[in-house]
Design a protein around this ligand. Sequence first.
Ligand code: SF4
Length: 308
Amino acid sequence: MRSLSEKIREKAREFGIHRVGFAPAVELSIERGKLAEWLARGNHGEMRWMEREPEKRTDPRILFPPAKTVISAAVNYFTPHQHEGPGKISRYAWGDDYHDVVKGKLTALLDWIKHEVPAEGKVCVDTAPIMDKAWAVRGGLGWIGKHSNLITREVGSWVFLGEILIDLELEYETEPVADHCGTCTKCIEACPTDAITEPYVVDSRKCISYATIELRDEELPPQIAENLNGWLYGCDICQDVCPWNRFEMPSEEEAFEPRNGETALDPTRIAAMEHEEYIVRFRRSAIKRAKLPGLKRNAAAVGGNREG
Ligand code: SF4
């Protein structure tokens, strides 16, 4: 008879979750040390929220006290379109907001589990303070590449991560997935702003993705602005060059297809965009994270006109 763990894996695939993995809900003590070191070096830039509640970030039982297991989920979001610029949008933000899409899948999976056995759980998709890459590694979904993104052997790194904290014991991965970066350094060499300061360490302050999405300054740092290479929202360079993304496969999730068929935003149009249009265009889109002033700043830097 199939175990509950096997049934959950199978059900997850039906919900369009590429893979799930299970790990005991314990404190991430090694990862907590690494996070503290990364923060102490200021690598998080202006993302001050990352400094808050480190104990909550590294112990899922503080987020959800009955938790016995962290179910990690990887949802493939690759769609077979190319970046076109200027005004390029990071691939993850082409379609509908992943928070909604992935949360819907995980909630459906949790509801199914609760229907099968008595259980309580909590769904997390990038809103609760949880170290999703660390849990994905512990759950056997993949390894963290030198560019600091999770890489799966099956479909590469174009995956969204989410978790279900649950009060059930499941069958845990015994062997972590080995690091398959080997001697490759393509992502480090390709980054135009040298944001990967050493293997596995990204300095957000040098990262185009951080600057164009998270940074609230009126101007982009000169080193970023001069090396944007047409990126208006986010950046995929380190993942585009990764040999493991030769295994990319189209997602079956239509919500990840580019909205309006756009993989880029016209900088001139963004420069002239009024708030009302912004609200309509980016409703339920991850792009609204940058806010309209941020998009206009980025558009100006990639060649748009602030005044429209
Ligand atoms: S480009 Fe090479 S070094 Fe970078 S994450 Fe991919 S395999 Fe690892």
